[in-house]
Design a protein around this ligand. Structure first.
Ligand code: PXG
Length: 274
């Protein structure tokens, strides 16, 4: 079993998987990506991730030089080749190799990279800010999220909450956010400046199935401070409780019953492979 890396039609081992210094992914963060999980040899909601990858590329005016079917086949093949039963896959599409200079027309062909490694887990907690690149594009421009994360590190907490430009809660550095108040599960709506998480969508479905009330509604930090429960969702984190924000203890200070129930249901769904 080994990390398997596919770049533009060829497999490489870790030491030899390299991109050009002229690749606009490196020069300008000019590209898009997906992070996906494999459970029991199956990629969780692979179709949804492919939808988002092709939509992100379209939003960023990048033409992916691989038809969706070929991308799917290559990814499945890379997973089989790796031999991992459970793991993490990254699909990266950069604008490709071009000149120095921001003009994207100078990159004749996009590069496609598929990298499969281990999973990471982020925990919970606070801070802020938002960017001008559409948050709906899962782009290689994570600097705003990284700077927010650094604030969290400086504050000695596990995660950061980022606000949208209007001051409403958007998401965490790499997860979507939910609150539970009086049995109702609430999360910021799509238009509030968030990445539309594949895990977020699955959890909304699970919450409806579990007959909780569900609302996609703008949330302020006040709503977080006064929630019964707050939890984050993401491919790496799955469903994880947040128990403290800006020195306020949330709810009972431990992951609550709704968080636990949805985490359990998510695990069952992911390992079942729907
Ligand atoms: N918001 C942001 C900003 C993200 O980057 C999510 C929400 C949750 O989306 P999904 O589709 O995963 O439910 C993300 C996801 C990594 C990594 O390696 C990052 C993500 C996902 C997987 C791996 O840092 N971000």
């Amino acid at each position: 079993m080994a990390t398997t890396i596919w770049i533009d039609g060829q497999y490489y081992d870790k030491a030899n998987a390299k991109v050009s210094v002229f690749d606009h992914g490196l020069l300008y963060g000019d590209g898009v990506f997906e992070g996906m999980r494999v459970y029991n040899r199956r990629i969780f909601r692979f179709d949804k991730h492919l939808d988002r990858l092709y939509d992100s590329a379209k939003g960023a005016w990048i033409e992916i030089p691989l038809a969706r079917k070929a991308m799917a086949r290559m990814t499945e093949e890379a997973v089989a080749k790796s031999g991992f039963t459970d793991g993490y896959i990254r699909l990266i599409v950069t604008r490709g190799i071009g000149d120095l200079g921001l003009d994207p027309r100078k990159c004749p062909k996009a590069s496609v990279i598929c990298d499969k490694g281990l999973t990471a887990v982020s925990a919970a907690t606070p801070i802020h800010h938002r960017e001008s690149v559409s948050p709906r594009i899962k782009s290689l421009n994570y600097l705003a999220h990284i700077l927010a994360k650094v604030e969290g590190i400086a504050a000695g907490v596990d995660e950061v909450i980022m606000l949208d430009p209007a001051g409403f809660v958007a998401e965490a550095s790499g997860e979507n956010i939910f609150v539970v108040k009086d049995g109702v599960v609430k999360t910021p709506p799509a238009y509030s400046g968030i990445l539309l998480g594949v895990t977020r969508e699955a959890v909304l479905e699970l919450a409806r199935e579990a007959t909780y009330g569900v609302e996609e509604t703008p949330l302020s930090r006040y709503d977080l401070y006064t929630a019964d429960e707050v939890f984050l969702t993401g491919t790496a984190a799955e469903v994880i409780g947040m128990t403290k924000l800006d020195a306020r203890t949330i709810g009972a200070g431990v992951p609550g019953p709704v968080t636990k129930e949805l985490a359990k249901r998510f695990k069952a769904l992911a390992t079942r492979g729907d």
